[in-house]
Design a protein around this ligand. Structure first.
Ligand code: HEC
Ligand code: HEC
Ligand code: HEC
Ligand code: HEC
Length: 183
């Protein structure tokens, strides 16, 4: 996950703001983002995420199908504990417990912070309202338009995924898009 975030930050930095060094930030978990991102006016990002497969990504590793895939790959033990699976199915799997907030739940799979960066330092209202300040505090600004979003998706949606059947960005983005309606 750290490598994914580094890629995302590198992409975000070249396209938006520039920072001297990427600082590290703590994860807070999707239930914290939910507080401000669940109203119809703001675009119900929480509900859209919750209805998506990303919300199930960790739970998928608990299924018999996942156990079969792991076994075929020679992985010892449970897929829900294997780095080889968690790297794409769980946010923050390789982050020290001290850097995961009290509301953070690994069972939430691929969360907001997987794509938007660890939120502890940008989630405050006064910071969130200022895009530059938010980016300086760890918000990763991906963009569909400039291609950085697609590049980031493909850090997981690729041939390393045992069940990969190709990735049609436009089609896949349409399934998880969560715009602010006023924009
Ligand atoms: C205290 C309320 C609050 C919390 C908590 C919060 N946000 Fe926000 N967020 C906002 C507001 C307000 C905006 C600005 C919306 C606008 O531009 O109209 C925003 C904007 C954003 C944007 C768009 C930024 C841009 O300029 O394109 C993203 C992405 C985002 N939030 C992600 C998150 C994530 C991920 C979390 C959890 C880690 C989170 N937010 C937590 C209030 C919040
Ligand atoms: C951290 C890894 C990761 C990233 C980054 C990621 N995904 Fe996913 N995505 C997954 C996993 C894992 C699943 C499967 C979840 C499951 O079924 O349990 C998935 C499933 C999906 C699905 C459902 C597919 C289906 O067959 O129903 C869509 C749509 C999707 N992702 C779109 C995207 C898009 C668009 C992006 C980029 C904006 C993206 N994903 C970025 C890991 C990721
Ligand atoms: C490189 C990232 C990546 C890795 C590593 C990865 N997955 Fe996935 N996984 C995905 C993505 C993305 C999807 C959804 C689309 C797809 O199948 O490519 C997915 C989907 C799945 C599904 C649902 C398939 C379906 O048809 O609904 C299962 C089960 C699964 N993965 C199990 C595993 C197991 C077990 C491991 C470890 C051995 C693993 N994955 C490793 C990215 C990954
Ligand atoms: C799979 C990656 C992914 C996940 C998970 C994800 N986002 Fe996003 N989000 C994006 C991308 C990519 C964009 C930029 C869209 C664009 O360029 O139009 C975006 C844009 C946004 C925006 C700005 C929308 C606008 O119209 O300006 C907000 C707000 C936001 N996300 C909040 C959230 C919240 C809150 C969550 C969790 C509940 C979340 N996102 C989960 C990838 C993701």
């Amino acid at each position: 996950m750290k490598t994914l975030m580094t890629i995302a930050m590198a992409i975000a930095l070249t396209s938006a703001v520039s920072l001297a060094a990427a600082p590290t930030h703590d994860y807070v978990g999707v239930s914290v983002c939910k507080m401000c991102h669940q109203t119809a006016k703001n675009g119900e990002q929480f509900q859209k995420w919750q209805a998506s497969k990303h919300a199930q990504a960790y739970k998928t590793l608990l299924t018999p199908e996942a156990a079969k895939i792991a076994e075929a790959k020679g992985i010892k033990g449970k897929p829900s504990e294997a780095k080889e699976c968690l790297e794409c199915h769980e946010t923050g799997y390789d982050v020290a417990a001290a850097n995961l907030g009290p509301k953070f739940n690994k069972e939430d799979g691929v969360q907001c912070e997987t794509c938007h960066g660890a939120g502890k330092d940008y989630m405050k209202m006064n910071i969130m309202k200022d895009q530059k300040l938010a980016a300086a505090n760890g918000l990763v600004l991906l963009s569909v338009k400039d291609g950085s979003a697609q590049k980031f998706c493909e850090t997981c949606h690729n041939k390393k995924s045992p069940t990969f059947k190709g990735f049609d960005f436009a089609k896949m983005w349409a399934q998880i898009a969560h715009p602010v309606p006023s924009k």
